[in-house]
Design a protein around this ligand. Structure first.
Ligand SMILES: NC(=O)c1ccc[n+]([C@@H]2O[C@H](COP(=O)([O-])OP(=O)(O)OC[C@H]3O[C@@H](n4cnc5c(N)ncnc54)[C@H](O)[C@@H]3O)[C@@H](O)[C@H]2O)c1
Ligand SMILES: O=P(O)(O)OC[C@H](O)CO
Length: 355
């Protein structure tokens, strides 16, 4: 069996936590993987020093995952092409707005036999089309890409607190040596349980759309409406996520939304402890623009729900489907049109069955 060489593209909060997991597994499975894991870092100065140098000497991403030791076989690399050189398994993990530029740099430089897993939670909208990130990577680079998504707040995973995740990986070629078993061996840890499924669209959409729901739950907490209101938002959000998947990606399975970590479990965790939730609550409490709060509160980290709410809204508007997704539409309108968040119950009531 060939030894697989893994590179992680991205080194933010989740990028670094995933690099830690992957490096723990490559070190323990040297019959499957090359031990060294290259991690592409968007270079910047932190306290006057290059972040890559800090990571490679202190073994800590002091800016994006402070307080967590990274295994010494994680090697930070500032040049993207150097980072992916000779790798046959790429793990994509950047905020989704930065992916097009990364793909344009990699285009034509990655052999078609390379395989990838996307840990990115977002979608790509252009024209009147919507593309899940795994398919965007496949199309841009001409390689197969699966998806990893779950109830996985990075700081908790990095502290090795128990969580579960879902990986969608469908072996594209029966002769591939990178199969579900290899992919599971790369990500599964005693504290990070992996379930491998084949619903790439469902897993990807869960990860992207739950961020819109998390913003709504933040609004509810910002208004101090309590747990019943939050449960209502979670229920309505999950229904809209499932409806969106079934309508625009008919290959999705409803069970992915209701039974997997990437579905119901991620909605619950994101609606309590996530960055999108935090920003939604702060926006309502402070009545300040959300992008300003993102810079101030997240210190360089990104909340993907704000751009996803905008992208999904643009897509639904072009399809004349806004009314079918009242919660997604309300989240967009509260952020971008100054709609009053106190109108949420009435908006949701308008589309409920009337007796
Ligand atoms: N953080 C979490 O808890 C978590 C958990 C699961 C999934 N995710 C998803 O993982 C993906 C990556 O998120 P993250 O938390 O690692 O990132 P993050 O929010 O920490 O974002 C910061 C990263 O973006 C990089 N960056 C900034 N400007 C850039 C540019 N112009 N080009 C390229 N990179 C640039 C920074 O260097 C840093 O690595 C997202 O889709 C997110 O939704 C995050
Ligand atoms: O902090 P958030 O809102 O980006 O959510 C993080 C993860 O996606 C939770 O699973």
């Amino acid at each position: 069996m060939p030894i697989h060489k893994v590179s992680v593209i991205g080194s933010g909060n989740w990028g670094s936590a995933i690099a830690k997991i992957v490096a723990e597994n490559t070190a323990e499975n040297s019959e499957i993987f090359d031990t060294d894991v290259r991690m592409w870092v968007f270079e910047e100065l932190v306290g006057g020093k290059k972040l890559t140098e800090i990571i490679n000497t202190q073994h800590e991403n002091v800016k994006y995952l402070p307080g967590i030791k990274l295994p010494s076989n994680v090697v930070a690399v500032p040049d993207l092409l150097d980072a992916v050189k000779d790798a046959d398994l790429l793990v994509f993990n950047v905020p989704h707005q930065f992916l097009p530029r990364i793909c344009s740099q990699l285009k034509g430089k990655v052999p078609p036999t390379v395989r990838a897993v996307s840990c990115i939670k977002g979608v790509e909208v252009s024209g009147d089309g919507i593309t899940i990130i795994a398919n965007y990577i496949s199309k841009e680079l001409g390689i197969y890409c699966g998806a990893l998504s779950g109830a996985n707040l990075a700081p908790e995973v990095a502290q090795e607190k128990f969580s579960e995740t879902t990986i969608a990986y469908k072996v594209p070629n029966p002769n591939d040596t990178i199969d579900a078993r290899v992919v599971r061996a790369l990500f599964h840890r005693p504290y990070f349980h992996v379930n491998v499924v084949d619903d790439v669209a469902g897993v990807s959409l869960c990860g992207a759309l739950k961020n819109i729901v998390a913003l709504a739950s933040g609004f509810v907490d910002g208004m101090e409406w309590g747990d019943n209101a939050k449960a209502a938002i979670i229920r309505r959000g999950l229904l809209e996520m499932t409806k969106f998947g079934r309508e625009f990606f008919p290959e999705c399975k409803a069970a992915t939304f209701t039974e997997e970590s990437c579905g119901v479990a991620d909605v619950i965790t994101s609606c309590s402890g996530g960055r999108n939730h935090k920003l939604g609550a702060a926006m309502i409490k402070s009545n300040r623009p959300i992008f300003e709060l993102e810079d101030e509160l997240l210190k360089g980290q990104k909340a993907q729900g704000v751009t996803t709410a905008q992208e999904v809204h643009e897509f639904l508007e072009r399809r004349d489907k806004l009314e079918d997704f009242p919660l997604f539409t309300a989240v967009h309108d509260i952020i971008f049109k100054g709609m009053d968040s106190y109108a949420l119950p009435q908006i949701l009531e308008d589309v409920e069955q009337k007796f």
